[in-house]
Write a protein that binds this ligand. Structure first.
Ligand code: ADP
Ligand code: MG
Length: 332
């Protein structure tokens, strides 16, 4: 089974950013209200994710590291009803097969915490007592220490950290209700309190996407045909410093979708002629019955039941909003 884990690891564990993504998803699945991420050397040396979620009961600790043993999906019905982010039951097993992993946790209502360790092919099933507040800490050290071929594919510390930060940005933009902190080599990089008010949300977007973006952003909130679009789109006065500032969420999940990209680009091109790389943070809410977000669990794909309707709604909403603030348009 450890070999199967290493093979599976190739799918889930590509680099520090993908490990961190899985660990944060687990924290969110556990109902965390705070997620603290600490990394060293871009995550290659250490990734530590601590949460204040439900924690893991003593007898579940070794299981958490075994492949499929904990899958949150038990039947086809579950698969259809899935709302948790992780459901394959293989992330921790895969990660531990290519790193040194320590899982420490105290379950809600318990007075004691526990710890299990796994190192590459060796998993210690011994559960030892450990001090921990309610919640879970996963520590991943020396990623790919036992798979040199894969370690060679890691890029520079800076590049790996950029990927990791980009991923955290996406997760923090999708969960305003959760607080996030990020530390790199002992230095605080992000500190985001749970955002409840509109002002908090704007502050979070400014922290994550830059205050420039927020200062030059138009706020959107449109509802029609059972669809709702909210968020911010940059006006042409915004001069992009980041390569790509395009975030789109469907029912809270980050999505990359050609139909969506096309609708947004069309609206921009129509109104603002020369804006070729629009910047935006947008949230679309759709009746879950009309969208399939599990097309692929690791890619960010989505399938709309009525793609035409969604496309037209996005295009019209953005077109109208942008047209109202068209620069140099002093016809009124
Ligand atoms: P999956 O998330 O697909 O179920 P994982 O390998 O990511 O599989 O996690 C295995 C199991 O370990 C989870 O199903 C969950 O029961 C437990 N677990 C992992 N991380 C946490 C966490 N941060 N808090 C609580 N439980 C966790
Ligand atoms: Mg998971």
């Amino acid at each position: 089974p450890r070999l199967a884990n290493q093979i599976a690891a190739g799918e889930v564990v590509e680099r520090p950013a993908s490990v961190t993504k899985e660990l944060i998803e687990n924290a969110l699945d556990a109902g965390a209200s705070r997620v603290e991420v600490e990394v060293e050397q871009g995550g290659a040396r250490l990734i530590r994710v601590r949460d204040d979620g439900d924690g893991i009961a003593h007898d579940q600790m070794p299981l958490a590291l075994s492949r499929h043993a904990t899958s949150k999906i038990h039947s086809l019905d579950d698969l259809e009803a899935v709302s948790s982010l992780g459901f394959r039951g293989e992330a921790l097993a895969s990660i531990s097969s290519v790193a040194r992993l320590t899982l420490t946790s105290r379950a809600r209502g318990e007075t004691e915490g526990w710890c299990v360790e796994a190192e590459g092919q060796d998993m210690q099933t011994r559960v030892s007592p450990a001090a921990h507040p309610q919640g879970t800490t996963v520590e991943v050290r020396d990623l790919f220490f036992n798979t040199p071929a894969r370690r060679k594919f890691l890029r520079t510390e800076k590049t790996e950290f950029n990927h990791l930060e980009e991923n955290l940005r996406r997760q923090a933009l999708s969960r305003f209700d959760v607080g996030f902190t990020l530390q790199h080599n002992g230095r605080a990089v992000q500190s985001l309190r749970p955002a409840t008010t509109e002002r908090d949300r704007q502050q979070r977007v400014a922290s994550l996407c830059g205050s420039q973006f927020m200062e030059h952003a138009l706020s959107i909130d449109v509802e029609a045909s059972g669809l709702r679009l909210q968020g911010w789109v940059a006006l042409p006065t915004f001069s992009r410093s980041q390569a790509d500032l395009q975030y789109f969420f469907v029912n809270g999940r980050p999505i990359r979708d050609r139909l969506v990209a096309h609708a947004v680009r069309q609206a921009y091109r129509d109104v603002l002629y020369n804006q070729r790389h629009p910047a935006f943070v947008l949230y679309l809410e759709v009746d879950p019955a009309n969208v399939d977000v599990n097309v692929h669990p690791t890619k960010h794909e989505v399938r709309f039941r009525d793609g035409r309707l969604v496309h037209d709604f996005l295009f019209r909403s953005l077109h109208r909003a942008l047209a109202e603030v068209r620069p140099g348009d002093d016809s009124t």
